[in-house]
Design a protein around this ligand. Sequence first.
Ligand code: 5AD
Ligand code: SF4
Length: 469
Amino acid sequence: MQISNFEKYVFPPEQMAYIKQLKSLTRRIYGDNPKACVVTYGCQQNVSDSEHYKGMLSLMGFEFINEPSQADFILYNTCAVRGHAEDRVYGNIGVVKNYKRKRENIILAVCGCMAQQSHVAERIRKSYPYVDIVFGTQLQHRLPEFLYKRLSGGGRIFELSLENKEIVEDIPISRDGELKGWLPIMYGCNNFCTYCIVPYVRGRERSRHPVKILAEAREMVKAGFKDITLLGQNVNSYGKGCDFNMDFADLIREINNIEGDFRIRFMTSHPKDCTLKLLDAMRDCEKVAHHLHLPFQSGSDRILKQMNRHYDRKTYLELIEAARERIPDISITSDIIVGFPGETYDDFKETLSLVEKVRFSSLFTFIYSPREGTPASVMDDPISREEKGKWFNELLALQDKIAKENSKSFIGKTFRVLCDDYGKAPGIMSGHTSGNCSVEFEADKNMLGEFLDIEITDYTNMLSGKIVK
Ligand code: 5AD
Ligand code: SF4
């Protein structure tokens, strides 16, 4: 799709007008300190979306609390990638019924990937009549309108259109952190991996204009952010089909040129689109972290075909080799699905052997979860959940052994660490290496936000080290 005249796609003035009206309306209904609780499930994209919801809500005058039972407005920002997360949401929505019995003015809204599915919206409509607002993943900017209409006496709202129009820019934002921040560069996905619900609930791939991304990155650096993660379902296809001439490798070079001491991370990369041009850019850009999250999902070529992944084991391994040639200390992480329909133990052994070969820094491992409407959900799936659980544990045990060996090999080495959190005791701080390994060390709390050279001295359950002068 083409994105031209990006200036047009600013936060709509009518939504700003609703925000202004809500400022007095919420006070009339809830008193001087209206309280909102935003609960986020799932991936970093959802976390980032919630920062925009909070941005709009805080302009309306809401304070934020973590306890839904005390809130005047509750927003569940949901995930649909696996069934487990959906079950939790239904459970949590159910509980709100009791809060509403005591305080009928509470507004309950459900948004995000789970809400976008029509069968879910239908279930909420019929079985959860006390849910006030349900809205889809591309209508984020219309939260003020929905809330205003419902609070001023309108009926329940179900708005789920997914039209893949241009991205709405400049939605107010209230970021959760002060050092580490998310920066979405694109939305949606075009890949249709056969197990995945994302393309159906987030729509087609749409890239933000580089002018907008660079302006936001500059603002974040100016505000003191030291670790910026560029977000997209498949960042390597950034810019495809757009009327600006910039791919992902070009984009990170541009961000690297922004003045300041900060780190650039990105996720997620699809192996089929991960180019040598990108690996070269990673090598050349001193601000880009030495970390590549490159999900391979399965080590078996037969299963990769069934998953519609468009690469094979051999090309994946070649990519890893190319990354390590350029950046010898790169830390590589991945996502793996265990028990895809039709996967045999022999296929699974291919996954184990790939894990052994690559020696990932860490892994995100999932047991396959059927998602309604995806091609894999109607494939034959003869292996029992119990059997898949055994395979899964075998994979965890192998990765645990590798991660421990990797960590022990760091002892005696020095890493540049961003001191990004308080440790578990006074005088202890923690931080992350460029490869995203977590380290604890003795330091004063005013070192928060500094890059420090830390020599690793020990590993028990976690790396620990000391500051080297
Ligand atoms: N079942 C299990 N895991 C899944 N993922 C995506 N869809 C499913 C599913 N249906 C995993 C993939 C993806 C990660 C974000 O979630 O590994 O990379
Ligand atoms: Fe899902 Fe595949 Fe897109 Fe990732 S690349 S969001 S796994 S369809």
